[in-house]
Design a protein around this ligand. Sequence first.
Ligand SMILES: [Zn+2]
Length: 335
Amino acid sequence: MLKQHRELSMSIRRTIENNKEAGIRPSKTYQSFVAAAGGHRELNFIEKDVRNYISREVQNVSEQENAKEFGKYLLRMKEKNQNFFFELELEEDQSIKLTFWADARSRSAFEYFGDVISFDTTYNTNRYNLVCGSFVGVNHHGQSTLLGCSLMKNKEIESFKWLFQCWLRCMGRNTPKGFLTDQCASMKKALEACMPTIIHRWCIWHIMKKIPSKLNGYKGHADIEREMSQIVFNSHSKDSFDRNWNDFLLNFGLLDNKWLSGYSVYEVGEQVSSSIFNKFVVTYDSVAAEVKCQCLLFESRGILCRHALSVLSFEQVSQVSPRYILERWSKKVKR
Ligand SMILES: [Zn+2]
């Protein structure tokens, strides 16, 4: 095979890297490609290419070189589009300490979909031993939209502070209304320092994910989990949640479980004038033109529910207050 015709595709290269990490010898890796392709003639590379790739790309690339390459990549992106944003901080030994980047698309998406942000990290899932973080919003189609990425050496408070401040600079210092994270304590502290006015909530998905491991020791934990999900997702007010939750702890003898104590959900506003509608309490304040329904569709999805609209119609309100028409639903949203 002529050398110029030989090449390693992206997926082949990833497999070589993964196998190298798992301690699989290059010859075995090559044999696995041969077996998968149905013979070495079916491959457009030879065993030597696998060995060369390992010695050139996998082994010899140090953290410092990675950092250098990554810095060059960020600069190239910035050259292509001036709205590309990045910051990169190196350790004394020139390896990556902290870095954040967001492309022009993310920055313009933030203008419309930056009201509620979910921030998440994955740790040690890549071979670079860096914490990868992502800021995610929800667009007008209900899809996740990326609003910035980061790599950090650790999950300390100072690292998160650096990151959140950097993110705010990138997004023109517009603080979102709501912020969802997992239950990481240093993330919470950094958030309080950088965005003190924000409504910070723990992500329900992360909490519910922990349930099996937290309740495994209990007899009948499947019943406990079922009942817990039922209460978490079907309580429509703080009062009813508190009531249901206390009954649940009592019924299953879980009052002494530390992990299950200390939960609270949303706050319910003061009732002004109310009418029961479809089992949901809708409160309407004609002076402030404020309508609030117990089903919390507006608070969770940003769309006024049919219960609230019925009450407005009953009250002969001809114009819905602009605060209930979010910009994210308007025609001028480009993305
Ligand atoms: Zn409703």
